[in-house]
Design a protein around this ligand. Structure first.
Ligand code: ATP
Length: 372
């Protein structure tokens, strides 16, 4: 079924031209967003970029200065929070400390005088694997368990959209990782739309089907995690989603689908993304794990791009991988991550090396953006 442009036929959450200003400061700037029904969607960006404000407008805790929010074709821009089929799980859980786990989860149903409370609470506790903890108070549970209670308490209201605002922010790294897997499992089980706000790129990429990268109140790029990682549209996205080498260059010719770029006197081929023409300056981007390091003249990835004249300036051995810094003839240090297979030699500081990569792994970005 082809998607229709009209809000009437889109069954997900849609934001159109949504702006939120606080006095003279614009926190969210003319945002357009489509979140398909049933998807796991992440809003990713640095602190202060407007993620939480966006989420609060969807929840009804803030009113947009302008623009519209629709859910399954219904305009909810000005609907009261409790009239929206939307629930939020916050970082601080906001559980009732004096109620036990069971009553915390049952709270929404009891307030709305629903039937079948017991059955639903039991099912929900089962889903988040807390059946055996039902009679404990929140303070008797670990952070990860409290987080799952908060989740159960939101899910039992059967919202159409669940908003998660840095829900794992208070957990330590190991617990965070297992909760990421858990959350994803629960989302798949219940099939609801999840919108997850985080500043953690790994978290967004491992959990979400679609990631929207936000910066200064606007969405810089939106797509599947791998798509954003392999083909970032801006230096901000390239740097925010992991490490990347960005090398200054000038376009010196264009064929159908590749451009030749002069990088400090060395010609390399780069897939022609947008309308780069002769003489344009740009950044050639290449991820550290896509770069091969070899002895001079080894031509590891011929007929790829080969850049001679490097000198190893730092070697960090991590067991599964070795990470190098290599100083190039033009003075820039590039990062190289190499998987340790045991079949390759490990270079040492001061070794003369050449770097190479396949053109299709690299990308070309506009120069009018900051590289840092
Ligand atoms: P964080 O990850 O730190 O929560 P965020 O991306 O969620 O960041 P927001 O909380 O949406 O960012 O805030 C975006 C900007 O809007 C910030 O500069 C913040 O100071 C500002 N802001 C948010 N709420 C208000 C408010 N009620 N009054 C004035 N400014 C606000």
């Amino acid at each position: 079924v082809a998607a229709d442009a009209g809000a009437g036929s889109f069954d997900g959450l849609r934001l159109r031209d949504v702006t939120k200003s606080f006095a003279s400061f614009t926190a969210v700037d003319d945002l357009d967003l489509d979140v398909p029904k049933g998807s796991f969607f992440a809003l990713l960006g640095p602190s202060g970029c407007g993620k939480t404000t966006t989420l609060r407008m969807v929840a009804g805790l803030e009113t947009p200065t302008s623009g519209t929010i629709t859910l399954a074709g219904q305009d909810i821009t000005h609907a009261r929070p409790y009239r929206r089929p939307v629930n939020t799980v916050f970082q601080n859980y906001a559980l009732f400390p004096h109620l036990d786990i069971y009553e915390n989860v049952a709270f929404g149903l009891r307030r709305r005088k629903k039937a079948d409370v017991e059955k639903q609470v039991d099912e929900m506790l089962e889903l988040v694997e807390l059946g055996s903890q039902a009679r404990k108070k929140p303070a008797q549970l670990s952070g990860g368990q409290q987080q799952r209670v908060a989740l159960a308490r939101a899910l039992i209201n059967k919202p159409e959209v669940l908003l998660l605002d840095e829900p794992l922010g208070a957990l330590d790294l190991k617990l965070r990782r297992s909760m990421q897997i858990e959350l994803k499992r629960i989302q798949t089980d219940v099939g609801l739309t999840f919108i997850h706000v985080t500043h953690d790129q790994e978290e967004a990429m491992t959990m979400a089907d679609t990631v929207a990268v936000m910066n200064k109140g606007v969405i810089e790029q939106m797509g599947a995690p791998a798509e954003l990682y392999e083909n970032p549209a801006s230096t901000f996205v390239a740097n925010f989603l992991g490490q990347s080498n960005l090398i200054d260059g000038t376009v010196r010719g264009r064929a159908a689908d590749v451009v030749t770029v002069d990088m400090h006197g060395i010609g390399v081929s780069v897939p022609a993304g947008r309308s780069h023409t002769d003489g344009d300056r740009g950044w050639v981007g290449i991820r550290p794990e896509k770069v091969l390091i070899g002895e001079e003249g080894e031509a590891l990835d011929a007929p790829g791009n080969t850049i001679p004249g490097g000198v190893v300036t730092d070697v960090s051995f991590f067991g599964v991988s070795t990470q190098y810094l290599v100083r190039m003839p033009w003075g820039q240090e590039l990062q190289v991550f190499e998987q340790n297979t045991g079949r390759r030699r490990i270079f040492r500081q001061g070794d003369k090396v050449e770097l190479s990569w396949r053109p299709e792994y690299s990308f070309l970005l506009d120069h009018n953006q900051d590289a840092t």
